[in-house]
Design a protein around this ligand. Structure first.
Ligand code: ATP
Ligand code: MG
Length: 570
């Protein structure tokens, strides 16, 4: 059994047993035990070239969670070494998303560009040590010289350029004397290495570009594999946790921190990226959907950016749970959206008030209810959570119910309204359908019923039972709201890609409709979340709602065939 204790917020933290720890935690435990580090410091290093998505959420939750678990620190660092694609808009959006997820970075926000001077100094150090050289091979030549998995590379003719000449050329590169792409600085490692990343990788390039942070100070920029370990080392990061595609880059990471002579250098540990089956993740791909106008911006609720999930109505808690249940591993795999949906349903089940909204209305007239009278019924907000209290709901002779809650010719097991059948109107009375009106085409336009005043909810009536309960709204006081219903952006049935390789979009990914709702739902504020009885969980849209005119996004429907796998069932 594990011990439960309280953390500083007073919430329960479960102390992990060695078996319940993931491989990263076990590696950290070993480092602390062996004295490699005496503390833990992690970071999340996004490139500010787009919005964060659910995969990034995994990295944020993992890195900040580890810092918290070990009483360490967590940095948010913008990896802004490529000025081409980066924008301040993205910096703001990323900060907001990381904060919203609950990762505590406080004032520890850094920019890789803050270390450009250090990087330059370290490059000079490498040159002086004979570990880096200036090359004038073209990009094509460098690729051709690199060789491949089966062929060792060929050394550049510039590889043994004298140190003094390298220093002078590198300074001239910095001074702007060379054109983009004309010269590079390369690490001198091993052209015969079986790891292609170690074959004298480029560490600096000439690029006359304006940088959002450093302006026009630099016309040479460091390459990722050189910059990243230095950024980590400058910040005193102990465990540089990244995704699996960097595994082959680790020897280079270690080479850089060693040859640059950092004391107590950081260590890189890789884990598998989070993928969602049949969902577009990957910044580049999401960006394309935004730019092509397939979706309506980075926060379109059909996307899985953090901004979109927040707008749709997902909670940070549900995303954390999802990350926890999908697990940390070294093997690539794909999680199902139904797991994410399960997590938000579980989170909102007890938190969200349950109110009534009719999405496809048809009138219900109670023939024996006094005309002109309205009574207020007290209805509990969530039968499973008394703490949410109750509300007063108006009730009178004319109501609206869902069109499919009445049938002229009901199939056998149908338990809702049909002529002669009695059902409960949720929180109100039993009613029995007696007749219905139709238009010229024979469509039902209104249902007539009678009610039994003895059967009022909460009155203790036990005389008889009914099989069905339906929801309703009072016609005279119903509010009209815009409701958006979502399906997956990708057509799941037919698979993710069309034959020509393009994405196979679901034409029904967005349905906009009007719903009639009880008065309290008209007063809701942005991000308020409700269960619309029998219709799903909904959230007030943060962009398009106005005071007194909320727009509701469906977060998720109520039903699911999803079963939480036993192993994960904790
Ligand atoms: P994308 O693959 O979406 O283009 P990226 O890796 O280019 O993302 P970065 O801004 O460089 O985006 O990512 C910041 C951090 O988030 C990196 O450490 C990266 O490894 C991690 N990360 C990115 N995608 C995922 C994912 N799907 N699952 C887990 N971590 C991820
Ligand atoms: Mg990247």
């Amino acid at each position: 059994m594990s011990d439960i204790e309280k953390n500083e917020n007073g919430t329960d933290v479960e102390e992990k047993t060695p078996e319940s720890k993931n491989f990263i935690e076990r590696a950290i435990d070993a480092d602390l035990k062996e004295g490699v580090y005496d503390h833990v410091h992690t970071r999340f290093p996004p490139e500010p070239n787009g919005y964060l998505h659910i995969g990034h959420a995994k990295s944020i939750i993992l890195n900040s969670g580890i810092a918290e678990e070990y009483g360490g620190k967590f940095n948010l660092r913008f990896d802004d070494t490529n000025p081409m694609k980066e924008k301040t808009e993205f910096v703001q959006a990323i900060k907001r998303d990381v904060q919203w997820l609950g990762a505590k970075f406080e004032d520890r926000v850094f920019f890789a560009s803050d270390y450009f001077d250090v990087m330059y100094e370290k490059a000079l150090l490498l040159i002086r040590k004979g570990k880096a050289f200036v090359d004038d091979l073209t990009a094509e030549q460098i690729t051709a010289y690199r060789g491949d998995f089966n062929t060792p590379g060929t050394e550049s003719p510039n590889r043994n350029r004298p140190i003094e000449e390298n220093l002078r050329l590198f300074e001239d590169m910095k001074a702007g004397k060379y054109e983009d792409g004309s010269l590079t600085l390369r690490a001198k490692i091993d052209m015969a290495s079986p790891n292609l990343n170690m074959r004298d990788p480029i560490i600096y390039r000439v690029a006359h570009m304006h940088h959002h942070n450093t302006g026009d100070k630099w016309c040479i920029y460091p390459m990722y594999d050189f910059a990243h370990p230095i950024e980590d080392a400058c910040e005193g990061i102990t465990h540089s946790i990244c995704t699996l595609e960097f595994e082959d880059h680790r020897p280079l990471y270690d080479w850089v921190v060693r040859e640059c002579e950092f004391e107590n250098p950081p260590r890189q540990i890789e884990f598998a990226k989070l993928y969602l089956t049949n969902v577009v993740t990957g910044k580049r791909y999401i960006k394309k959907l935004v730019e092509d106008g397939v979706v309506d911006g980075w926060d379109d609720p059909r996307l899985v950016t953090i901004a979109a999930l927040r707008r749709r109505g997902y909670t940070p808690e549900s995303i954390r749970k999802f990350v926890e249940l999908s697990g940390i591993s070294k093997a690539n795999s794909s999680s199902d959206v139904s797991l994410l949906e399960y997590c938000i349903r579980e989170d909102l089940k007890l938190k969200a008030p349950r109110l009534m909204a009719v999405l496809d209305p048809i009138k219900l007239i109670i023939d024996n209810y006094p005309e002109g009278e309205t009574e207020m019924l007290e209805i509990p907000n969530n039968l499973e959570n008394e703490e949410l209290g109750s509300r007063q709901v108006p009730f009178s002779r004319e109501l609206y119910i869902e069109r499919d809650d009445f049938m002229v010719e009901p199939p056998k097991k149908y338990k809702r309204l049909y002529v002669g059948n009695e059902v409960r109107l949720m929180g109100a009375y039993f009613v029995t359908a007696v007749s219905y009106d139709t238009d010229a085409e024979g469509n039902v336009t209104a249902v007539h019923c009678t009610y039994d005043p003895e059967t009022k909810s909460g009155s203790g009536f036990t005389g008889r039972k009914v099989k069905g309960t339906i929801h309703w709204v009072n016609a005279a006081t119903a509010g009209k709201v815009t409701v958006r219903l979502y399906e997956q952006l990708i057509d799941e049935e037919k698979g993710k890609l069309n034959e020509d390789g393009s994405l196979n979009f679901n034409p029904n990914s967005l349905t906009v409709t009007e719903a009639l709702v009880e008065p309290d739902l008209m007063k809701a504020k942005v991000y308020d979340r409700f269960q619309f009885v029998r219709n799903g969980f909904f959230c007030v849209d943060c962009n398009d709602s106005k005071e007194g005119a909320p727009v509701y996004n469906r977060i998720v429907n109520l039903k699911s065939s999803f079963q939480l796998p036993q192993a994960n069932n904790k």
